[in-house]
Design a protein around this ligand. Structure first.
Ligand code: ZN
Length: 271
């Protein structure tokens, strides 16, 4: 006989919270059917992301670290390799802004699909630098950004990346081990120096995760590469905990001034 905590069909009981969650999901689904949707990149009607804007994300990943001055390690080591799927300009920029800051969570699904394709091409290079199962670590969002977006959007991208690696035979797991500490504010609107100051000492590894990442290979994941300050702070925190960051992957990268974003084939410049 079913009890208060067990249903005859073996599923979890219908608590008020679960019922409310189901109702919200149903309303959201219904909204997708009746509310007009348009591509944030170009305004095309009735498309989450139109085929033309989606094509901007579908080329092979290319190396973009040369345009990010804050990635300079200042100790003679070469820049951290950073791959990206697109240039952060035009329609692609509109897609990212809509996804991150204008409530278009549905666009995130297209980014996950694009990452799935791009990561498969990256796996040979990632495998060369990985000694154990790869850890995919999302750059941490500020508390303000999480409140504004209502979701850990970069964490979703990290999970999609780890899934794609595993599908290609490179064992990988997404682990959100980095957190923002203290009063560092959201990076939006800050210049290069201000970004670095804002993050200095504010990105740390969760204390409980320190022992589990020591000696492990890490791929950092972030949405957009701008100055490199965020990735540099992440790499420093992970390095202090003994992890080895082999590279980073972003959805898009800001072209450096006076420089045309050029594609660099993965095979030409491995990790
Ligand atoms: Zn479009």
């Amino acid at each position: 006989m079913p009890t208060a905590t067990t249903r005859s069909d073996g599923r979890a009981p219908r608590t008020p919270v679960r019922m409310l969650g189901g109702l919200v999901g149903a309303v959201a689904d219904l909204g997708g059917l009746v509310l007009p949707v348009s591509c944030p990149g170009c305004g095309a009607y009735d498309e989450v992301v139109c085929a033309e804007c989606l094509a901007l994300l579908c080329g092979p990943p290319w190396r973009c670290e040369a345009g990010a001055g804050r990635l300079d390690r200042m100790d003679g080591r070469p820049l951290l390799p950073v791959w990206t799927l697109a240039s952060y300009t035009g329609p692609l920029r509109e897609l990212v802004v809509a996804w991150k800051d204008r409530g278009r969570a549905d666009v995130g699904g297209r980014f996950e699909q694009a990452l799935d394709r791009g990561v498969r091409e990256l796996v040979p290079a990632l495998r060369a630098g990985t000694t154990d199962a790869l850890l995919v670590v999302p750059a941490p969002s500020s508390a303000a950004a999480r409140r504004r977006r209502g979701d850990d959007v970069v964490g979703r991208l990290a999970r999609a990346t780890a899934r794609a690696c595993s599908t290609e035979g490179l064992a990988a797991v997404a682990v959100p081990v980095l957190v923002r500490r203290g009063r560092g504010r959201d990076q939006v609107g800050l210049g290069a120096r201000a970004r670095s100051r804002n993050l200095a000492g504010h990105v740390v590894v969760r204390r409980a995760s320190t022992s589990s990442i020591r000696g492990r290979s890490v791929l950092l994941l972030d949405d957009v590469l701008t100055t490199g300050a965020t990735l540099a702070a992440c790499e420093q925190a992970l390095g202090l905990a003994g992890a080895v960051v082999i590279g980073a992957l972003t959805i898009a990268a800001t072209p450096s001034p006076g420089r045309t974003a050029g594609r660099v084939e993965v095979g030409a410049d491995p990790v």
